[in-house]
Design a protein around this ligand. Structure first.
Ligand SMILES: Nc1nc2c(c(=O)[nH]1)N[C@H]1C(S)=C(S)[C@@H](COP(=O)(O)O)O[C@H]1N2
Ligand SMILES: [Mo]
Length: 219
């Protein structure tokens, strides 16, 4: 005996799913988690990636020059950074080398609060980030100002480790992690775009992980 007589006729979708089940079809590994951008895999450790030099900067020696197309150029020292409104945020890291790390707890100063202190000129459209190891990376002002982007000095409640860019790095969670400059020491506001270190070496100019913008040949 079965109840099949009382079931409606199977829809096209039902038949397709039935065939998939018979075939043992599974979703691609990358799509079984809506938080994971295409082509990424999840990791629980936090790899260190950089040019190989880890500048040794004591918080008391750290300086951040804010310059270019802004009304209020400034140099922030550690105490200036700490005097800004402090933001706590949790976000995921997506590295172009294909690892993603979920739920990173950051503390620092949001770029939105930073922008309120420097007053970008009306023609300002881009930001070029400079780091103590000579690294640079470029962003549009809109990407720099996106909710979640911040100057970070603490991770998981601890001072940001030197190998991860401590004492202060940028974190721009909605773009691949190469846009998140470690050991940041200068932020240049610009009216025109200029590519940074990886952007002149074949990486995409914007780097949106959800559009899989890894290389300059990607749309
Ligand atoms: N100053 C600086 N920032 C940098 C880099 C670098 O070489 N120098 N590498 C970028 C790249 S390619 C990645 S993937 C991330 C790695 O950050 P992590 O070592 O904290 O994981 O830092 C980015 N920021
Ligand atoms: Mo990277």
């Amino acid at each position: 005996m079965s109840d099949d007589d009382s079931l409606p006729p199977p829809s096209k979708l039902t038949l397709t799913k039935e065939r998939w089940a018979q075939d043992g079809r599974r979703p691609a590994k990358q799509s079984d988690d809506a938080r994971l951008p295409p082509g990424q895999h999840r990791t629980s450790d936090w790899p260190v990636l950089d040019l190989g030099e880890h500048p040794d900067i004591a918080p008391g020696a750290w300086q951040l020059q804010l310059f270019g197309a802004i009304a209020r150029p400034a140099i922030w020292r550690w105490t200036d950074l700490m005097a800004q409104p402090q933001t706590d945020a949790v976000s995921d890291i997506h590295c172009v080398t294909s690892w993603s790390r979920y739920d990173n707890q950051w503390q620092g100063v949001s770029t939105i609060d930073l922008l309120e202190a420097v007053f970008p000129l009306p023609a300002t459209r881009f930001v070029l980030l400079h780091s103590s190891d000579g690294y640079t990376t470029n962003l549009t002002l809109d990407d720099f100002a996106t909710e979640g982007a911040m100057l970070v000095h603490a991770w998981s409640g601890q001072p940001l480790a030197r190998e991860h860019g401590g004492p202060v790095r940028l974190v721009v969670p909605h773009l691949y992690f190469w846009k998140s400059a470690k050991w940041i020491n200068r932020i240049e506001f610009r009216t025109q775009d200029t590519p940074g270190f990886w952007e002149v070496r074949g990486y995409h100019n914007r780097g949106d992980p959800w559009r899989e913008q890894r290389y300059s040949s990607d749309k």
